[in-house]
Design a protein around this ligand. Structure first.
Ligand code: FNR
Ligand code: 531
Length: 359
């Protein structure tokens, strides 16, 4: 009996299986608007049998984008195009999720396939980047963010709250706050990027304050019946340099749980540009396991999960409640169906009627 292919219940949402599609930027939006690519891309993965499809980092304000191609939800006009995608995802039997995000000091960059370099504020497609402190991500990239004032902090937190309300209007049922990969919220809690002397910097409680206040605002705006999750970087992979550690993450997870977060999506890295990350199959699952056990909160495991048996073991061993598939789902949108067949679960149930004869 495949545990990977059993339902997962979180608040009022039921996932048909433990397989989610990890949020992955498509860099294909104009002014933040979802369009045909997003419908086809996310629709195909919902039709492919995933229990949950999490839309990519969706910027809460225009300057919160990584690139000019990022999705956004800073305007009411963004809602209907997103709702069109979410309606299709839901019609396929998957739960529509969304990650709301702010790139902070890692914003204003060229598309990855155009080199991904920083774009200066005064160049076309560039804008001023902001962060907790004037500390560049990767000195070589020469991009020093403007240190955020208290007004900036309040404005960005309000943008996250407004984004949550718009996400609800867009049919999102699973909302994830992006607090990983060196983006704004992570850059506040990591000592590597936060050098502030006010009560948003210094000791642990101060560095997590931006995230905790943002989560409190989002939780209050998001229906209590729907899941609210957070993606964190469990470690900066820079312990020797005084970076954020797994122990920090366990403490943070306990506080996020107390603040009403329902699941921790456990990734890592992104803040120390020169960190040596020992990437290997399922290399981040141990972080999900420790947080799940020691903070007593549901977790998602992500990172080089490509095989059905590998995913099954992560769930069966209680390392995480769900697995998120990233790049493998770009290679094979039908991965959940194939995993079901491999694990002798009901693959046919995951196949659209229109495609039934093929199976
Ligand atoms: C990503 N990743 C990512 N993560 C995130 O939190 N928000 C995002 O929008 C994106 N965007 C993105 C785009 C692309 C093209 C890739 C390849 C990755 C990270 C992704 O969700 C996942 O955590 C990692 O890729 C590791 O999982 P896999 O790909 O090894 O399964
Ligand atoms: C990949 C990445 C994964 C883990 C740590 C740092 C970087 N990124 C992350 C993405 C954008 C593109 C690729 C986001 O989190 C938005």
């Amino acid at each position: 009996m495949s545990l990977l292919h059993t339902p997962f219940f979180l608040k009022s949402v039921t996932l048909r299986n433990r397989i989610g599609i990890s949020p992955m930027c498509q860099y294909n939006a104009a002014d933040g608007f979802a369009a045909d690519w997003h419908l086809v891309h996310y629709g195909a993965r919902a039709a492919g049998g995933a229990g949950l499809v999490i839309l990519e980092a969706t910027a809460v304000e225009a300057r919160g984008r990584i690139t000019a191609g990022d999705l956004g939800i800073w305007s009411d006009a963004h809602v209907e195009p997103l709702a069109r995608v979410n309606r299709f995802i839901k019609a396929q039997g998957a739960a529509p999720g969304m990650q709301i995000a702010h790139a902070g000091r890692k914003g204003s960059t060229a598309l990855p396939w155009k080199g991904g370099a920083h774009v200066a504020a005064n160049e076309p497609g560039g804008w001023e980047i902001i962060g907790p402190s004037p500390v560049a991500f990767g000195a070589s990239l020469g991009r020093v963010p403007r240190e955020m004032s208290l007004e900036d902090i309040r404005a960005v937190q309000a943008a996250f709250v407004a984004a949550a309300k718009r996400a609800l209007a867009a049919g999102v049922e699973w909302l994830e706050v992006h607090a990983a990969h060196g983006y704004l919220a992570h850059s506040f809690y990591s000592p590597l990027s936060n050098r502030r002397a006010d009560n948003y910097g210094g000791v642990f409680e101060n560095r997590i304050r931006f995230l905790m206040e943002t989560v409190a605002g989002v939780r209050a705006a998001w229906p209590g019946t729907l899941p609210l999750t957070a993606r964190i970087s469990a470690t900066d992979w820079a312990d020797a340099q005084g970076g954020w550690t797994v122990e920090d993450s366990i403490d943070l997870a306990k506080r996020l749980k107390a603040a009403g977060v329902d699941l921790i999506d456990t990734s890592s890295g992104g803040c120390a540009h020169d960190a040596k990350i020992p990437a290997a199959p399922g290399y981040q699952a141990p972080f999900a396991e420790r947080i799940r056990r020691e903070a007593g909160i549901a977790t998602a495991a992500v990172g080089l999960i490509t095989g059905a048996a590998q995913a099954e073991e992560i769930v069966r061993e209680g390392r995480a409640d769900i697995v998120l598939i990233g790049r493998e789902s770009l290679r094979d949108p039908n991965w959940p169906q194939r995993a079901a067949r491999e694990l002798r679960a009901n693959a046919r149930a995951l196949v659209p009627e229109q495609y039934g004869r093929a199976w």
